[in-house]
Ligand binder design. Structure first.
Ligand SMILES: *Cc1c(COP(=O)(O)O)cnc(C)c1O
Length: 413
């Protein structure tokens, strides 16, 4: 059958090789190495002339099956699974960047991503130019011949800012550089990054895909849509590898040398998570919308920040790119930091934890936690307010969650 729906294609992806025991779920190949019958076969495999597995830092059947399932539903040219979302970001960027290059991005990013760009990369001579990614002219003014990539989060965490992907994609294409997007906030069952012009997609699979917070994971999806011929780093390679240049560099060098490939146990858990993602997301996103709407009418709440609310500055672009249910997370402001702490301490159902898109609803005060090591000035530049609480909506009913929120709001002023 052609044109299977998302759930069917993700559930029924065949194994590449038949299993000796007809296992219905993919076995966990907990092995570091693979045996060969002769030296000749070994040579062929190690030199990449046959697709056999040689060592699990490079490839592993269970991890590959997870990658193939993601590839099946996203139609990416290649998928690479790694140990965490941060490993996905760092491996992808290392494959594209060189000493003396620059990266154009927004200061409104997940805290560790910001720190990676601002501090970690700076030691290696990579300059990060932070600008307003929702302003295409400003982005273009920051690009020069040493720009290696544009990077953004499609819905920034936790500011919930939404840039116009099509216009950024046009600019990136004009300059022969990839638009690299972290799409962790909106899963691929509802949002096609490639159709919006994203060239390389980054996902923290710790979140929607794992679902139950079982494990950390990251994905790098290459849609093979960039002409790297003008790239100081990949230009030469592109003469032979063409649009596969990034994937080639990533898989044959960076991934192998940095050693962050996903492990088989994790791939097994995340494959199970992927099977139920569609149904979980539908419920979580609908509950999120209902809660945001109901909470925006509560007098104790100064502001609800969620892009599907009509008064949100990103309402139109969010609707155009993500539809009526833009993710299962929103933020809201109370009157002060103290009120936010009291509210969090009063919660009875919603859990006090970081992480996003878990089956359980989770609340956190970003300024004192994820952004706790930054100073006030840096937090202001990143638009992180002391009054703000981030809520990741889980699988509980909207009524249960709303009651917990309303009760917790009592006596917070
Ligand atoms: C959580 C998160 C990451 C990092 O992912 P890990 O799996 O925790 O390493 C990156 N980007 C965004 C938007 C995230 O929410």
């Amino acid at each position: 059958m052609e044109n299977l729906d998302f759930a069917a294609s993700v559930l029924h992806k065949q194994f590449e090789k038949g299993d000796a025991y007809n296992s219905l779920s993919m076995p966990v190949y907990n092995t570091a190495a693979y045996e060969f019958s002769c030296a000749e076969d070994m040579e062929e495999a190690f030199c990449g002339r046959t697709p056999d597995h040689v060592y699990s830092r490079l490839t592993n059947p269970t991890v590959q099956y997870f990658e193939q399932r993601v590839q099946e539903v996203t139609k990416a040219m290649s998928v690479t699974a790694v140990n965490s979302g941060m490993a996905a970001i760092s491996n992808a960027v290392m494959a594209l960047a060189w000493s003396g290059c620059n990266i154009v991005t927004s200061p409104h990013l997940f805290g560790n991503t910001y720190s990676f760009f601002k501090f970690t990369l700076a030691y290696y001579g990579v300059e990060t130019r932070f600008c307003d990614m929702t302003n295409a002219d400003e982005v273009e003014r920051n690009i020069d011949k040493n720009t290696a990539l544009l990077f953004l989060e499609v819905i920034t965490n936790p500011q919930l800012e939404v840039a116009n992907l099509k216009s950024l994609s046009t600019i990136a294409g004009k300059h022969g550089i990839p638009l690299v997007a972290d799409t962790t906030a909106i899963p691929f069952n509802v949002f096609s990054a490639s159709e919006s012009g994203v060239n390389i997609e980054i996902i923290s699979s710790t979140k929607y895909i794992s679902g139950g917070a079982t494990s950390l994971g990251g994905l790098i999806l290459d849609y093979g849509t960039v002409d790297y011929s003008r790239s100081p780093k990949l230009g030469e390679l592109s003469a032979t590898a063409g649009s596969k240049s990034f994937t080639f560099k990533l898989k044959k060098e960076i991934l192998r040398n940095l050693g962050a490939y996903m492990t088989p146990q994790v791939a097994y858990m995340q494959t199970l998570g992927l099977e139920t993602m569609d149904v979980r997301y539908t419920r979580q996103a609908a509950t999120c919308r209902e809660l945001a709407e109901r909470m925006s009418k509560l007098p104790q709440i100064e502001k609800v920040n969620y892009t599907a609310l009509k008064d949100n500055p990103f309402y139109n672009i969010s609707l155009e790119q993500f539809g009526e249910y833009p993710g299962a997370m929103f933020t809201f402001d109370l009157s002060s930091r103290e009120a936010a702490f009291r509210f969090i301490n009063n919660l009875k159902v919603i859990r006090r934890a970081t992480n996003l898109f878990d089956n359980k609803s989770l609340a956190i005060h970003p300024a004192s936690t994820i952004f706790g090591t930054f100073n006030d000035e840096q937090r202001a530049a990143m638009n992180i307010s002391q009054k703000c609480i981030r809520l990741s909506v889980g699988l509980e009913s909207p009524d249960t969650l709303f009651e917990d929120i309303r009760n917790s709001l009592n006596n917070v002023r």
